[in-house]
Design a protein around this ligand. Sequence first.
Ligand code: IPE
Ligand code: IPE
Ligand code: MG
Length: 240
Amino acid sequence: MQSELPRHVAIIMDGNGRWARRRQLPRIDGHREGAQSVRDVVRAARQLGLPALTLYAFSSQNWQRPPEEVQALMQLLRDYLIEERPEIMDNGIRLSAIGRLERLPSLVRDPLDELIADSAKNRDMTLCLALSYSGREAIIDAVRAALGAGVPEDRLDENTISLYLPTNDLPPLDLIIRTSGEQRISNFLLWECAYAELYFTDTLWPDFRRADLARALEAYKGRERRFGLTSEQLPVRSRA
Ligand code: IPE
Ligand code: IPE
Ligand code: MG
């Protein structure tokens, strides 16, 4: 089924370091400018009426970056959570987070937990932050949780695993956007991306703003999603 607007868009926000390097600035300046893109894109997504937006903000592998960079990213995350609180609350945005959140320092964890709790009843859009996230870990955690809950081995099917994944409260993933010209998934939503449309752009994340999001959504409209079927089997309106 193809609807005009994706129900759930996920973005691999890449290219902050290169954006800074091109200006001979420290990498962290790229991350700071990238935070401005987050603000702009979240606002645009809300205005366009996207039901769910997931942002890959920090991967499990990103912990291995130089400690100063990790520390600076944590500080930027904290600033974001504190500064954007009114925007999130006033616009009916529900904040959620996926990943091994227990690894985050309390300077991030505390404002994160607070905003997740306070925004839990908001209904207009879900903004999900992937933090300390790895798609492989998410699948492992889901299988372990299902087994821990007593699900018998022969009931470990696709529906059950989906139920135990941290994205189970979000609509199906329709579109993944990756900025900066890299064409890979980098351990993002590995299970959920099975039939998502992929959109790659050379634009670096700090330069990616609402007009770029609109372009990605426009490209999505032209895709024919077949889910393994033939074109002829699809309802007429879903054909490109
Ligand atoms: C994305 O930008 C932000 C994070 C991964 C946290 P990068 O920091 O990966 O930027 P490049 O890829 O080095 O340009
Ligand atoms: C992916 O970007 C992770 C985030 C955007 C948070 P990376 O820059 O870490 O990915 P690779 O190393 O280029 O695959
Ligand atoms: Mg990168």
